[in-house]
Ligand binder design. Structure first.
Ligand code: AMP
Ligand code: MG
Length: 322
């Protein structure tokens, strides 16, 4: 399992959306595998949102150069309520548009069990109930939250058929559930409902329909909080302490975050495993805050594969702050 997505030689199964195919998809998700499936927007690349290493595999398979928070797909409102705290306005939007191409950002419940790699360390979570029979069938066969960005290699066009997914990710993911082509073809609309509703991304559900359901205008995000490049969100998680990169030893007063041969006070991966390091990154940063670390030194991380995304996040953490 651990190195499955590191090489391009393993087989990607094409599954039918029948009982046998759905059972197989659910089993693969349970064992930490990656399964692409259609939603009404585009094909998503799904992993169990509670398994950090599975979520790290999404980044490895897509070759994504940065960690941005992922949307979690659930079967219904009740499953969403188990993960996030709903506000009255969130209920209004969910009742009007779920299942559908609307993603709601809400406060993450403590103990929800969602990997910190899904939220990129934030205390909010983006959730959606998709309106596609195959997506619904995968979610109910699996019975848990599925983190799923679009099922394409980073920087390439979003896939709307199983063939598109196979062309882009064959050998890098476990399976594709073939559910035909996607109807909407554009991404979901994203609304932050943690306070006064803010339109974070335009998408499948139009703004005027949202405003009619709310009986109020949606705010627009501040210029600096544009989610088009989510890694640059002003609210993005960074540790409280100052960060120094490429440290092989700590200086007096520093807390050392280790990797591989650099032991550290805590470590991203003692074995030097990039997937493990990715899966632990945000938990380690939170832990450094909890330890009260004022000055943080971080071991060098090789800049290949998942290491590039880890280094992107660490560079942002080390950048001068206002
Ligand atoms: P994608 O999965 O490619 O559709 O991208 C997910 C989008 O959801 C990105 O634009 C993220 O910035 C946004 N998103 C996911 N979670 C959050 C969150 N907790 N707060 C704000 N935006 C989020
Ligand atoms: Mg995408």
């Amino acid at each position: 399992m651990q190195s499955r997505n590191d090489n391009a030689t393993s087989e990607t199964s094409l599954l039918l959306a029948d009982d046998a195919g759905l059972a197989k998809a659910a089993e693969l998700l349970r064992s930490g595998g990656l399964v692409a499936f259609p939603t009404e927007t585009v094909y998503g690349l799904g992993a169990d949102a509670r398994q950090s290493e599975a979520v790290a595999s999404i980044y490895a398979a897509k070759g994504r150069p940065s960690f941005n928070p992922l949307i979690v797909h659930v079967a219904d409102l009740a499953a969403a309520e188990a993960l996030v705290t709903f506000t009255p306005q969130a209920y209004r939007l969910a009742q009007a548009f779920w299942p559908g191409a609307l993603t709601l950002v809400l406060p993450l419940r403590t103990g929800a069990g969602v990997s910190s790699l899904v939220t990129a360390g934030l205390d909010t979570l983006a959730v959606r109930v998709p309106d596609h029979p195959t997506a619904q069938a995968v979610l109910s066969a699996f019975g848990g939250p599925v983190a799923a960005p679009s099922a394409n290699p980073s920087g390439r066009i979003s896939p709307t058929t199983a063939g598109h997914v196979m062309a882009g990710l064959a050998g890098r993911i476990d399976a594709i559930v073939d559910g035909g082509s996607c109807a909407v073809g554009v991404e979901s609309t994203i609304v932050d409902v943690t306070g006064d509703p803010v339109l974070l991304r335009a998408g499948g559900v139009p703004q005027d329909a949202l405003e009619a359901a709310l009986g109020a205008a949606l705010k627009r995000p501040q210029a600096t909080a544009q989610p088009t490049s989510p890694g640059q969100l002003a609210s993005h998680y960074a540790p409280l302490g100052a960060v120094r990169l490429n440290a092989t030893t700590s200086q007096p007063g520093e807390t050392l975050l280790g990797f591989g041969a650099v032991k550290g006070d805590l470590t991203l991966s003692a074995a030097g495993d990039l997937r493990e390091a990715a899966s632990r990154l945000f938990d380690c940063l939170h832990q450094l805050d909890a330890m009260g670390a004022q000055s943080i030194a971080v071991a060098p991380i090789p800049d290949q594969g998942l290491g590039a995304a880890i280094n992107d996040r660490l560079r942002r953490a080390a950048a001068p702050r206002d």
